[in-house]
Design a protein around this ligand. Structure first.
Ligand SMILES: Nc1nc2c(ncn2[C@@H]2O[C@H](COP(=O)(O)OP(=O)(O)OP(=O)(O)O)[C@@H](O)[C@H]2O)c(=O)[nH]1
Ligand SMILES: [Mg+2]
Length: 240
């Protein structure tokens, strides 16, 4: 499961270092606990720690991915019924009870049974969140590779392009890869990379626990590499 990078021949310790590191990244993710739920953008607390958002179509596997990464069965509520997650749910990460990062599970888009008005409202909320959340440190877009990137995924990509161009880390995670054979998975990966203009894409399977190390490493790097924009340093609850 762990990436095998070529170790320096003169340094036996170097070959075991990536394993040790990735273990501590996983144990950091396992500290996840529920922080808050926000049905609307204005209910989100201002935070001075990096936040990584999980976005994607309804039923793509966002909540399951968070549960798998954090090794908790029901932290984020996953379900066969599309549209299960209806608010922005935040989960704190950090050892010794201290929060040093936050994961955000966002409601999925594209669920056919949602009335048009609610869809439009949600698209606005999502767009505003992605464009204005000051402490956003990265976006993971989950895509079912059997569908590929859909029109709504493209719209979202377009919406956040300015922030990504300014350096916001972004990853397309092809979920449920256990449902594809090797050739299909590789093809889906190439297409996703093309569709994101050479952006980062990875295969993931909660069922087979595939891609966990890579995602853990990215989340760690993104949150460690995040620095608050100067005006956000003193993030405090908004005044009434
Ligand atoms: N085979 C397989 N099924 C998966 C995987 N990940 C998620 N699922 C299933 O896909 C369905 C949807 O998963 P959720 O995690 O609830 O999806 P979501 O993106 O959070 O959905 P919304 O909250 O509606 O936006 C559930 O039945 C999961 O068990 C996976 O890696 N492999
Ligand atoms: Mg969900």
């Amino acid at each position: 499961m762990t990436d095998r990078t070529t170790p320096a021949p003169s340094s036996p310790a170097a070959s075991s270092a990536p394993d040790a590191d990735v273990r501590s990244m996983h144990s950091w993710l396992h500290t996840a606990r529920f922080l808050t739920t926000a049905p609307k953008l204005e209910h989100l607390p201002p935070l001075a720690v990096p936040e990584v958002a999980f976005v994607g179509r309804s039923n793509a596997g966002k909540s399951t991915c968070i549960n798998t990464l954090t090794q908790q069965r029901r932290l984020a509520f996953a379900s066969k019924t599309p549209g299960r997650t209806q608010s922005i749910n935040l989960f704190s990460l950090g050892r010794k009870g201290e929060t040093d990062a936050v994961l955000a599970d966002l409601p999925g888009y594209g669920y056919a049974a949602v009335p048009r008005e609610a869809k439009l409202r949600w698209q606005r909320v999502m767009g505003n969140y992605l464009l204005t959340r000051p402490n956003l440190a990265g976006v993971v877009m989950l895509v079912d590779p059997r569908q590929g990137l859909t029109e709504l995924d493209d719209l979202l990509l377009e919406a956040i392009r300015p922030r990504v161009e300014q350096g916001l880390p972004f990853l397309v995670l092809l979920t449920k890869s256990d449902k594809l054979n090797h050739a299909e998975a590789q093809k889906a990966l190439s297409i996703a990379r093309l569709q994101t203009g050479g952006g980062q894409a990875l295969l993931f399977s909660a069922l087979k626990r595939k891609g966990l190390d890579d995602v853990a490493r990215l989340l760690w790097q993104w949150t460690r590499g995040w620095t608050p924009a100067p005006e956000d340093e003193a993030a405090t609850p908004t005044q009434p």
